[in-house]
Design a protein around this ligand. Structure first.
Ligand SMILES: *[C@@H]1O[C@H](CO)[C@@H](O)[C@H](O)[C@H]1NC(C)=O
Ligand SMILES: *[C@@H]1O[C@H](CO)[C@@H](O)[C@H](O)[C@H]1NC(C)=O
Ligand SMILES: *[C@@H]1O[C@H](CO)[C@@H](O)[C@H](O)[C@H]1NC(C)=O
Length: 264
């Protein structure tokens, strides 16, 4: 098994009311998290100090990933292939790149760059908190790396698990093998896409052109690692519909959940 990195999720008990954090009721039904708790959870993943007086330790995998249920779009993506199990769930925060050849064109997708934060155990235990995190991540500025030394002084471990980029125009790549852990890495190609649901964020602070589609990606790497990756609960990243007035290359900020599936 992969070595795991402990992400300590700090919970505000004071001065914020207990309600600020989702709790499991006696029936095991998760209460809806407030934007405040999603912000606290996002800050904790970044390794930033929150107004915390108590903590809940959420280790990276192994936690019971069979409890995590991948969200489904109104027009659903094909399900994960038979024989795959969920490996990791990360929140990605970065930019989508676009190019404009001429003013009469529509912008063309040209890669992306994002930092990936391990939210696997949040996915397993607090699904609605996880769903609230991409919009909160988008509304907060692109994260600056927090040094491990500074974070551990705050009693935290940054949950930065790797990077997402493109190796060519059609090959999204996820690299989660770092100095701290070897979770996996690989190149993918698009298998299917579906528009982000009605009500997805338009962009940071309510300004922008919408949220990028949800995607299913299939591995193009020859190894036995991750076989499929889903991009869901997208927030932002969509370009304007026309190149009118746009530069030749530009970026649009986004956040999303990525669900990584491996052979069982
Ligand atoms: C996309 O944009 C980022 C940030 O501007 C850049 O670092 C990256 O190399 C760009 N290119 C591709 C193909 O993703
Ligand atoms: C991009 O990379 C993939 C995977 O390595 C490869 O199969 C594909 O041919 C490449 N496409 C171009 C246009 O170079
Ligand atoms: C769409 O994106 C463009 C470029 O980023 C921006 O100038 C424009 O204001 C956006 N549209 C809306 C409705 O926010």
């Amino acid at each position: 098994m992969h070595p795991s990195i402990a992400a300590t999720l700090l919970v505000a008990l004071n001065p914020l009311p207990l309600l600020a954090f989702p709790t499991l009721s006696s029936r095991g039904v998760e209460k809806r998290p407030s934007a405040v708790s999603a912000k606290l959870a996002w800050d904790a993943l970044l390794g930033k100090r929150g107004p915390a007086t108590a903590s809940v330790a959420l280790d990276g995998p192994p936690c019971d990933m069979s409890l995590a249920k991948m969200p489904s779009a109104p027009s659903p993506l094909p399900p994960p292939s038979a024989g795959l199990t969920l490996s990791h769930v990360v929140v990605g925060r970065g930019t989508q790149n676009y190019t404009c050849a001429s003013a009469s064109d529509a912008p063309k997708a040209a890669g992306a760059l994002a930092s990936l934060y391990d939210a696997s155990c949040i996915a397993a235990s607090y699904p609605s908190l996880l769903a609230a995190m991409p919009p909160v991540a988008l509304d907060n500025s692109l994260p600056k790396p927090v040094s491990t030394a500074k974070a551990s002084k705050n009693g935290l471990t940054p949950a930065l698990a790797g990077t997402h980029y493109f190796t060519n125009l059609t090959t999204p790549f996820f690299d989660m093998d770092t100095a701290l852990h070897a979770y996996g890495r690989g190149g993918f190609a698009k298998v299917a896409g579906t528009p982000a649901p009605e009500g997805a964020p338009v962009g940071p602070k309510g300004r922008g052109n919408g949220s990028v589609p949800w995607l299913k990606l299939g591995s193009v790497s020859a190894d036995e690692g991750w076989q499929e990756v889903y991009r869901v609960n997208t927030a932002g990243g969509q370009p304007p519909s026309s190149c009118e007035g746009m530069p030749k290359t530009f970026t649009v900020e986004y956040a999303a959940e990525y669900w990584m599936w491996k052979r069982a």
